[in-house]
Design a protein around this ligand. Structure first.
Ligand code: UDP
Length: 491
């Protein structure tokens, strides 16, 4: 009897935030298309959000992807039922409890792994779940980390940490990052959270992550080599493990349904038909799309500054409003200030979740006002949209530097320092509407500078598309990854 062809069995364990589980679900599907069997282990709310896309992928094919759910005893940590992801944690005070609660997943996930058949070939874990290192060691399974950052950011962070250059300058004085392919300056209070710890549990959490990185067999990166090749090379040289660039993963969504439902949060979803019809009603490149990611929070006065700038731009715009517990208050301002009435002929306001890739891939969108999360940054590039940058926390100032200074495909609204996630109250209004407006006008302008910016980002967008096609750099890196894991597994 002919034996079954040897199949890799990959376990995928995403971190519990949209910026992590969305790209990891995209990646999991693609790995299945390359012939691997996938077991994706996650929490029920996340499973519900990625299931439609996984089911679509497996329905009419032989792809083997199973979703396994584990649950967290949220109430034991004072967290409301159903808050399975960072964006659903209702208040800042509960963030620490959420992160502590995540450690409780080690045991149930270990149990799942012990029962899996066939024996897993590799664990692909988000690096923010450091205990996955212990599971891999216990069962003698190779472990690869999915890193939510670009090679640019990874190398920046690595070089700063290695040189400790940031420690010899006062907080707001710029320093040059040593050993980088370009001249890059940052201040200490613009650095990623492991170098500028700004939450009470920050340092300890990041130390654990760094420790767990040490034994990893490599990193999967959502990027493509042509975008940041000097940094990919630099990072590969510096790191002992491998780095496979397999993105942009958003392009793995091919059908309309996949694009519309990516990361879907049914509670906040706008009707995608209405969204498409609205976009269709505008000429090419004239709409500003403003969305500050899945977890960032603006105070009401800061949101108003943004609303005022969008109105003053005189452009049609989509504004994704995530008010959390302040939703009523911002809705009140929108109605009572006359903003809604004055902008109704050219504004689409989305309260909650927006189908971002559907919007960005539409030709009428001409500018993307973004918080510079890596997924959003790469999506802006992938769909050829010049960006208006408003970094807030994590490594978002690095991404801004890549967009504005290195790739020259965006303009900043001008924030000077990280506003730590969950500590917005302490900082008040830190970006003014006049500065937001100025950046919007620059990016949307039909002048020479604007045209050149559009051309540059269009060229990158073409390269992104080629990278994932058969024979492209990301396609080949994914193949190489599979080959490397097969060799690791066999050895
Ligand atoms: N996203 C979306 N709709 C929203 C907000 C976010 O589809 O209303 C997606 C977005 O396309 C991206 C991810 O969520 O893939 C957010 O990741 P990113 O790294 O940009 O930022 P984060 O939310 O992690 O800060």
């Amino acid at each position: 009897m002919a034996s079954e062809p040897y199949k890799l069995h990959l376990i995928v364990i995403p971190f519990m935030a949209p910026g992590h589980f969305i790209p990891m679900a995209d990646m999991a599907r693609k790995l299945a298309e390359h012939g691997a069997m996938i077991t994706l282990i996650t929490l029920p709310v996340i499973a519900a959000r990625i299931r439609p896309i996984i089911e679509q992928a497996t329905e009419n094919s032989n792809l083997k992807i199973q979703l396994v759910q584990v649950s967290l005893p949220l109430h034991e940590f004072g967290l409301p039922e159903g808050c399975d992801t960072v964006d659903l944690v209702p208040s800042r005070n509960l963030l620490l409890s959420f992160f502590i609660a995540l450690d409780e997943l080690q045991q149930p996930i270990e149990q799942v792994v012990s029962e899996l058949k066939p024996r897993p070939s590799c664990i692909i874990a988000d690096k923010h779940l450091p205990w996955t290192a212990e599971i891999a060691t216990k069962f003698g399974i190779p472990r690869v980390l999915f890193d939510g950052m670009s090679c640019f950011s990874l190398l920046c962070n690595h070089m700063i940490r290695k040189s400790q250059v940031h420690l010899s300058v006062p907080m707001s004085v710029p320093f040059v990052v040593p050993g980088m392919p370009d001249h890059l300056e940052f201040t200490r209070n613009q650095l990623a959270a492991d170098l500028y710890p700004n939450l009470e549990f920050g340092q300890k959490f990041h130390d654990r992550i760094r420790e767990s990185e040490e034994g990893a067999d490599g990193f999967l990166v959502n990027s493509f080599e042509e975008l940041e090749w000097k940094y990919v090379e630099g990072y590969r040289k510096e790191k002992v493990g491998k780095a496979w660039c397999i993105g942009p993963v958003s392009l793995f969504n091919k059908t309309k349904l996949e694009v519309a439902q990516r990361g879907n949060n049914p509670a906040g979803a706008v009707d995608e038909k209405q969204c498409t019809e609205w976009l269709d009603s505008w000429p090419k490149s004239c709409v500003v799309y403003a969305c500050l990611g899945s977890v960032s929070r603006l105070l009401i006065p800061q949101m108003i500054e943004l609303g005022v700038a969008l109105e003053a731009s005189n452009k049609p715009f989509i504004w994704v409003i995530r008010g959390y517990d302040q939703e009523e208050e911002i809705e009140k301002w929108i109605s009572e200030s006359g903003f809604k009435e004055r902008t109704k002929s050219r504004a689409l306001l989305i309260f909650g979740w927006a189908p971002q890739v559907l919007i960005l891939s539409h030709s009428s969108v001409g500018g993307f006002l973004t918080h510079c999360g890596w997924n959003s940054t790469l999506e802006g590039i992938t769909y050829g949209k010049p960006m208006i940058t408003w970094p807030m926390f994590a490594e978002q100032f690095y991404n801004q530097k890549l967009i504005v200074q290195v790739l020259k495909v965006g303009e900043s609204v001008g924030p000077k320092f990280v506003v730590p996630y969950g500590r917005e109250e302490e900082f008040g209004v830190f970006v003014l509407s006049k500065d937001i407006l100025e950046a919007i006008e620059k990016v949307m302008a039909q002048d020479k500078e604007g045209e050149e910016r559009r051309e540059r980002v269009k060229r990158l967008s073409d390269m992104a598309q080629k990278a994932i096609e058969e024979g492209g750099s990301s396609y080949l890196d994914m193949k190489l990854f599979i080959e490397d894991i097969r060799n690791l597994h066999i050895s």
